[in-house]
Design a protein around this ligand. Structure first.
Ligand code: ADP
Ligand code: MG
Length: 326
């Protein structure tokens, strides 16, 4: 796309943002030059969004721009990292200015909210694909970041926000946007809120954390595997939104709703574990979280994930989380 490649970069990506003081050199050279603050560790993560897999060609491009960055910021949040910079790889079938302009509106609105500066990328012709890499900072020592491998038997398991909303929106190919409940669910799917502040607050409080991109059961499973432990979940404690409860009908036993809450992806909430001795600290820090957090289970010694109803009877989820190659 040599003819228009540079004008696209110039028009849509360069000089749109305030320059961070740690950006020595941003867009426009062969490399960006970035200064990691002394005593901090660089946290790096990348997510790929492919048209037809992660979003549809007809989706609002502003929402696609938002989500492309949001899912990456969610990874930084799960690591307890403070967002700083991003790079953007874009393959475009054609230089569609209307699409690009809206995509940038969504991307930069979220970037500016977290003071994330776009410092480079690559733009090429190809099937619509968006690769975003984010860079953030964690602190030093054991309390400077969050990891998957620190959960211990006896730790309490929490999730932020509500679960299953995005998955339910995905099941409705053409939801009625004028319905307030559908509008909420669709917004959860297309414009997830990365739990950045929650991740930062949880440093030194949570023993392990992960963001829920592929469903609670699967993502909590990663914590259990890395921590060498198991867990019991009380499915009747899973936080469900009013919108999800309103849209799901014919679900007397609650199995549809619980199936979504356990196995549907794309919610981008955090799942984290807290030792009993730090529960009071969690209570204090979570008071300012508008998304709240809910205790849903306990870490146990016996490997594997067990689900039970509130009355103690076992609950068998009907399907696993999202897996690209299954
Ligand atoms: P090179 O050919 O040296 O790799 P490019 O011509 O691809 O450089 O890019 C020129 C500049 O524009 C570089 O600084 C690059 O990081 C930046 N850039 C290219 N595409 C994007 C994009 N989609 N978003 C942000 N910056 C971009
Ligand atoms: Mg070069």
């Amino acid at each position: 796309m040599t003819n228009t490649e540079f004008s696209i970069i110039e028009r849509f990506f360069a000089r749109r943002q305030k320059t961070r003081s740690d950006v020595v050199l941003g867009i426009g050279d062969d490399c960006a030059l970035l200064a990691v603050p002394a005593g901090k560790t660089l946290a790096v993560s990348m997510d790929l969004l492919v048209c037809g897999v992660h979003f549809r060609a007809a989706d609002d491009p502003a929402a696609v721009g938002h989500k492309a960055l949001a899912v990456n910021l969610s990874d930084l949040a799960a690591q307890g990292a403070e967002p700083a910079w991003a790079t953007l790889g874009l393959a475009l079938p054609a230089p569609d200015e209307i699409w690009l302009s809206a995509f940038c509106d969504g991307f930069f609105a979220l970037a500016d909210r977290y003071a994330v500066q776009l410092v480079g990328g690559d733009t090429t012709r190809g099937p619509l694909t968006i690769a975003v890499q984010v860079h953030g900072f964690t602190g030093a020592g054991k309390t400077g970041d969050l990891r998957r491998d620190g959960a211990c038997p006896g730790d309490h398991i929490f999730v932020t926000g509500t679960l299953g909303d995005a998955g339910l929106a995905l099941q409705h190919a053409s939801p009625e946007p004028e319905n307030v409940h559908f509008a909420h669910l669709l917004n959860r799917l297309q414009r997830p809120t990365p739990r950045v502040q929650q991740g930062l607050d949880l440093r030194g409080v949570a023993s392990a954390a992960i963001d829920i991109s592929d469903g609670l059961a699967q993502d909590l499973g990663h914590i259990l595997q890395r921590s060498g432990s198991g867990a019991i979940l009380n499915v009747d404690a899973l936080p469900l939104s009013a919108a999800l409860r309103a849209v799901i009908t014919n679900d007397e036993t609650g199995t549809k709703a619980l199936g979504l809450a356990l196995s549907a992806g794309d919610d981008y909430e955090l799942c984290f574990t807290v030792p009993p001795a730090r529960l009071a600290e969690l209570e204090r820090i979570s008071r300012s979280w508008d998304c709240g957090c809910t205790p849903v289970g306990l870490i146990e010694t016996e490997p594997g994930l067990r689900c039970s109803r509130g009355d103690g009877s076992p609950f068998r989820p009907n399907k696993g989380g999202y897996e690209h190659f299954s």
